[in-house]
Every structure is written in C-alpha cells, then in structure tokens.
Design a protein around this ligand. Structure first.
Ligand code: ADP
Length: 489
C-alpha cells in the first residue's frame, strides 16, 4: 500500500470567482482548486488585490513581501474564501483603484503591462521560494496573457519548476511595445521570434506559450482551431510549434451553484422529473419582463455584447424568430453600439423581446430557470459556459458549431433524435442565415412536446461537473511532476 501526499500547485490568474469576474476565466480559476482537492493537489490562487477584492475578505496572513514591486511596496496575504486558498497581492500602486480588473469608465488602464507583469513576477518568486508559512508549490499553472510571463520569468531565472499555461481566449494577448522590455524586467536578448517577440511587439501570451512545459486550452475543438489562421489570431505559428504539448480540456461548471433542484436564486426549484415547475419559472420571468405568453419558445441570451459572441447575428435574426412565435430575453453588457441596438430592438418588439443591459448574476439564474432555450451564436468560443448552464437547467442550448460549443452539445439531427442522444441544436455556417435556420428548427422542435421533453431530459442528464476535467488536469500535473510514493510501514 502507498500513501499519496498532497502537493502544492500555484495558480496565477487575474480573476477568480467569487471575488472578481468578467468572464469564464474567473469561473474556471475558482472551480479548479476544489475540483483538484481530492486528486492529490493543493492549489493556491495568486490574485491581484483589487480594491473590490479587499472589501470581501477579512482575516488575512502576510506570507510574502517586497519593498519595490515595479515601483511600490507589495505584500502577499493568504486567506480562504469559499473553500479556496488565496494569495492576494497587495500592491496599492497597481491595484487600488476604481473600476474593473483591466479598465475603468475611461478605458483600459495605461499601465496594464506593468500591473500583470508584477503579478507574474510575484508568481515566479513564490514558485521558486514558496511562501513564509512553509507552503511551496511543485508546479505552476498560469492563466491567459495576464499570467503569461510567469513561465518566462522562471525560465530566465534558470528555474526548472514545471509550468502549465491555459489559454482561455487567444484573442486577448497582452501585447505591448517592444521598448517596454526593461520596464517589465525582461532580458533584451529574449526579444526573438522564439521567445517574446510577436510581430514587432512584446506579447505576454506568446511568452507563456513559448516557455511553459504544457499549453492547455478549454476544449479539444478549440485546441485544433487554434492551429488555424482563422482562429489563431496570429498565434497559430507558435502553437503549431508546440502542438504536441497542446491539450484541450473542456471546462466544467460548479454544479452546486448551478443546480435547479436547490438554487436559492430561482423562484421554483425543479428537476428533470418536475418540469412543470420549470414552467412556473417561465411564467414568473415573462411577468418580470412584461412579455406576453406566446406559443413558441422563450429564448434567453446571457453574454458579453461583442462581435465574438455573434450579437450582430442575434440582432438580425431576432425579429424573424418573433414572427415564428418565439420570445427573447437578452442580458448582457459590452460594446455600446450593441447595447443601443438591442434596446431599440426591445422597443420595437414590446411584449416579445426583453433586454437588460448590465451584469447581473442573480438575474442570470432566473433566466436559465425560466427560459426554454439558451442561444449562443458565437463566431468562436473556446469553451463557453452558458450552454453548460443550459444543459443543467433543461434550457435547450442552440449553439454555433465551433470550439467548446461543438464539443458539448449534441445536435437534434435525425440521428441525434433517433438515438436519443440529442441535447440541443448546433448550427453552421455561423452567419445570419445559419442562426435563422437554427431558430426555425428550435420552433419546430419545441412544438413537438414529447420530443422536446426528451431533449430537455437528456440535456439535464449530461455530466457538466468538473470531475473528468479535473482528473485530466491532475494527470497532466502528474506527468510533469511525477508523484513520489511513500510506502506505509
Ligand atoms: P466569456 O468568458 O467569453 O465571456 P463564457 O461563456 O466562458 O464566456 O463565460 C461567461 C460567464 O459570464 C458565464 O458564467 C456567464 O453566465 C457570465 N455572464 C456573461 N455576461 C453576463 C451578464 N450580463 N450577467 C451575468 N452573467 C454574465
């Protein structure tokens, strides 16, 4: 018999649920520590101490300090929130300001390169020396461009600690001017095509890709897509170079937070066996948005309002869907022109289309509980989470056939329906006509109540938790840092 000791892994990221979130990255960073706990890995998350973060924590213990972290004093404080072990980087000159993690109402912060180089620098220091409470990681897991310099700093310092970089969205790359090398404590001779240079600029995402031992992304299809110019955003070359070390591991969701049987944020809890109660959530939602009860499906959308998310496609297809008897509720925030166009759409379709501009976690739960279908018409989607919430809540996903959407939804084709495998509608090509046809299919599917319920139930029985994905991450960590086994005497 052998004992498997728990080993440390340092996760470095710019967002973490429940403290700070702008997108799916935060969900993944917050979920992984809990999912890995039973698999032999003790994960601590190093996170910038934004002003908003300090408002939510008490009881912290200082475990690291530096008099001059890129222009000001800094400390790292350990605390636990919702069962997550956190290392919060207190550096007021970098993070104590109004706004979100990356911007305020005037736009992106001008010093984002330094703010996240500092995060990565501290990650590299802790990776090498541990924290003063005796914790020392055996491996580092960096997320996205904000932590992309961690593997680079480690390699430049001669450290051999294994590193994993996860790309949540290759469109965000942390590019900055080449003359920032010294300011970011990077060696000038590393400004090469194999290391930090990216089309004449310095790219922290590329640094991470080039210098980590393994690169992962959040679905197998997106891992394939990343190697192609249409999806690679210029990183396809360096990723092709690393393709044997590139792995696609699909995200899970927190099935305790997202559980229609216990969700305290929805009016009527329900399960696959009590779908009549889901109808009550639907009625409550229609009332909340002043929508009429119409014969067709009530579709919902919860998203950042950007070109990536196909918001323009949605706006073009929405009125055709309404003419077929459907209703629509959109919750989102983002590009101002989309916000304005959506509001106009709602004004033209009173009683049929509801729009709420803003970020509202609680409302999103009510939407998933009350909606019949969730629409995700993204042009590209590394993994996507809202289709997974849709599966869990029996809110049938209608998704573009790309990335993680393609990997997680089984289309209600003839084959999908006859084999009882279908969990949603998957459409291509990803354009206005493609979405319009998918919405027609949705209306037809919804009109056949028996088939609709079968698809809903199949969706609700799909595994969307972290179990198998966390296992994959643990296997990857084990491969990079083989488990020492201690014989029990
Ligand atoms: P991305 O990270 O590209 O924005 P994901 O689908 O991976 O897309 O994750 C988005 C996350 O943010 C999901 O948890 C989704 O529910 C949430 N979300 C997006 N917009 C809103 C909003 N306006 N209100 C509440 N939650 C939102």
């Amino acid at each position: 018999m052998t004992l498997q000791p728990t080993r440390g892994v340092l996760s470095v990221a710019s967002e973490c649920v429940p403290l700070i979130k702008t997108g799916g990255l935060a969900d993944v960073v917050g979920a992984l520590p809990k999912a890995l706990a039973g698999l032999g890995w003790n994960m601590r998350v190093l996170l910038p101490g934004y002003r908003k973060v300090w408002d939510q924590v008490t009881d912290t213990v200082a475990v690291w300090a530096d008099d001059n972290l890129f222009g000001g004093p800094a400390a790292v404080e350990f605390t636990q929130v919702s069962g997550i072990d956190l290392l919060l980087l207190r550096a007021p000159h970098l993070y104590d300001r109004d706004g979100g993690p990356y911007n305020d109402s005037f736009g992106d912060f001008g010093d984002n390169d330094v703010r996240f180089a500092a995060l990565s620098w501290v990650g590299a220091q802790i990776a090498q020396a541990g924290t003063t409470d005796g914790w020392r990681p055996e491996l580092v897991h960096a997320h996205d461009w904000q932590a992309g310099l961690v593997p680079a700093y480690l390699r430049f310092a001669g450290s051999s600690i294994p590193t994993v970089l996860t790309i949540h969205n290759v469109a965000f790359q942390g590019n900055t001017d080449a003359d920032r090398l010294a300011a970011l404590r990077l060696p000038a001779d590393e400004f090469t095509v194999d290391s930090l240079e990216y089309f004449g600029q310095l790219s922290t995402l590329k640094a991470g890709i080039a210098h980590s031992d393994k690169v992962t992304t959040v679905s197998p299809s997106y891992a394939d897509e990343l190697l192609r110019p249409e999806f690679g955003f210029g990183m396809e070359g360096v990723l092709q170079h690393r393709s044997t070390d590139l792995h696609g591991i699909v995200n899970g969701i927190d099935i305790e937070v997202w559980d229609p049987q216990t969700d305290p944020l929805i009016p009527y809890q329900y399960s696959a066996r009590s779908l009549a109660r889901k109808k009550k959530n639907r009625s409550a939602l229609l009332e909340e948005f002043d929508l009429t009860d119409r014969p067709g499906p009530l579709a919902i959308v919860v998203t950042r309002l950007t070109y990536q998310k196909g918001v323009d496609l949605l706006i073009s297809a929405a009125e055709g869907f309404v003419r077929l008897g459907g209703s629509l509720i959109v919750l989102g925030s983002g590009d101002q022109h989309y916000e304005a166009e959506l509001q106009q759409l709602a004004e033209r379709n009173i009683g049929r289309i509801g729009v709420r501009i803003g970020y509202d976690e609680n409302l999103s739960h009510r939407l998933f509980a009350g909606g019949d279908a969730v629409l995700v018409p993204s042009r590209f989607e590394p993994c996507g989470l809202t289709q997974l919430y849709g599966l869990r809540y029996g809110t049938v996903p209608v998704v573009a056939a790309t990335g993680g959407l393609r990997d997680t939804i089984i289309d209600a084709s003839v084959a999908g329906l006859t084999s009882d495998a279908a969990t949603g509608i998957c459409f291509a090509p990803i354009d206005e006509l493609g979405l319009a046809r998918a919405l027609q299919r949705l209306v037809i599917l919804y009109s056949n109540k028996t088939t609709w319920k079968r698809v809903q139930r199949r969706a609700m029985s799909t595994a969307v938790d972290w179990q198998s994905s966390a296992q994959r991450y643990a296997e990857l960590y084990d491969e990079l840092s083989p488990q020492p086994t201690v014989p029990v005497t």
